[in-house]
Design a protein around this ligand. Structure first.
Ligand code: MUC
Ligand code: MG
Length: 367
């Protein structure tokens, strides 16, 4: 099944509720839809969300690297020769979201051809995951109100709270307000996106010792090597590496160097192939994983749940699968639905979803 063309289509959909966090802010989904066409007529889809504040990629850069480098390297190759495909893409350094989207679009088209779903091809452990909702910066009362509205409407009881502001009391007050509003049974964890120093992080964790947090993610930069090691050594809950662990080598370095004790897996940056490598590595090293969110739309979220539900370790805890709820619209013909706090893997072949041509025509930026 020969690859005949690869499209990189920039599009823009506004957010109803912009997401703010320590390393940046997202007001629009300025993403790139990647399509892989094959000789038999099947087409694979995936989404590339540029996150300049995390990986340096931009929307124009993703289009340029796919159009200018990856497509010429890959058109003509049989889609099932994924090892060749990866060897060619990895001649170019960086560009994780662009590479991940090509990888996932190829998996989409291959599994369609094989008459199965990505979820089943990867392991098919279960067909659904519990959902965690990510709460961006706001005042304590507003964040508590948002969380209770999400819980009441979608049955979600796990929340990742963005922290990393100064003074640290602001975020400490947010966590306290959430615990008071949601009660003891809600799961709460925090993500600093490198906003605090190691000492600020330790102070915040001390102040929140009785808040029942289950995870702490990227509270300070991994590049503050000794400070980070001291923080992680003194953290009583798993310390999740996110933007510091985007490749198997980084995972190994951070885990063995004491910079993290758990790993966030994001299909938006490692695709299905790289996410599988990171999952196997994390399992081999005996650390917990969480399915993270790259502030994905519905197509990206469908990829996360397809992978997360495919394995026991990735479906053990709630996955970050709901931030598409903050968007004004999306590209799919059938919207994803969160019911009783769970998201089911879409049931179609491949990734299981279909892009609506009218919506794409409306939101695409390339004419
Ligand atoms: C997260 O977990 O950090 C914010 C920045 C990014 O790259 O991903 C999001 C969520
Ligand atoms: Mg994070």
């Amino acid at each position: 099944m020969r690859i005949t063309a690869i499209d990189a289509i920039p599009y823009r959909i506004p957010y109803v509720k912009p997401l703010k966090f320590a390393s940046g802010e997202v007001t629009h989904a300025d993403h790139v839809l990647v399509r892989v066409h094959t000789a038999g007529g099947l087409v694979g889809h995936a989404d590339a969300p540029p996150r300049p504040f995390t990986y340096g990629e931009t929307q124009a850069g993703i289009v340029a690297v796919i159009d200018g480098i990856f497509a010429p390297q890959l058109v003509g190759l049989d889609a099932d020769r994924r090892a060749v495909l990866h060897a060619r893409m990895h001649r170019t350094v960086g560009n994780p979201a662009a590479k991940a989207a090509v990888d996932m679009a190829v998996w989409d088209v291959l599994t369609q051809a094989w008459g199965t779903s990505v979820n089943r091809a990867l392991g098919g452990f279960t067909d659904r995951m519990r959902v965690c909702h990510m709460l961006g910066f706001d005042a304590p009362a507003a964040m508590a109100q948002e969380a209770s509205a999400i819980r009441d409407r979608y049955g979600i009881t796990t929340f990742k709270v963005k922290v990393g502001r100064r003074p640290i009391d602001l975020d400490v007050d947010v966590v306290r307000a959430l615990r008071n509003t949601l009660g003891d049974k809600a799961e709460l964890y925090i993500d600093g996106n490198r906003g605090w120093t190691a000492s600020e992080s330790l102070r915040a964790l001390d102040m929140l010792a009785d808040a029942g947090l289950t995870l702490a993610e990227e509270l300070c930069p991994a590049d503050d090597v000794l400070g980070r090691r001291r923080l992680v050594a003194n953290c009583r809950i798993p310390f999740v590496g996110d933007e510091s662990v985007t490749t198997p080598a980084e995972v190994t370095r951070e885990l063995l160097g004491g910079g993290a004790t758990a790993v966030s897996i994001k299909t938006a940056r490692t695709g299905f192939t790289g996410s599988q490598e990171i999952l196997d590595l994390a399992r081999g090293l005996g650390v917990e994983v969480v399915m993270g969110n790259q502030i994905d739309g519905q197509l990206g979220t469908a990829c996360t749940v397809a992978f997360g539900a495919a394995h026991a370790a990735t479906s053990a805890r709630a996955g970050e699968l709901s931030n598409f709820l903050d968007m004004a619209d999306d590209l799919l013909t059938e919207p994803l639905r969160i019911v009783d706090g769970e998201l089911a893997v879409p049931s179609g072949p491949g990734i299981g979803v279909t892009v609506d041509p009218d919506k794409l025509a409306h939101y695409r930026l390339d004419g």
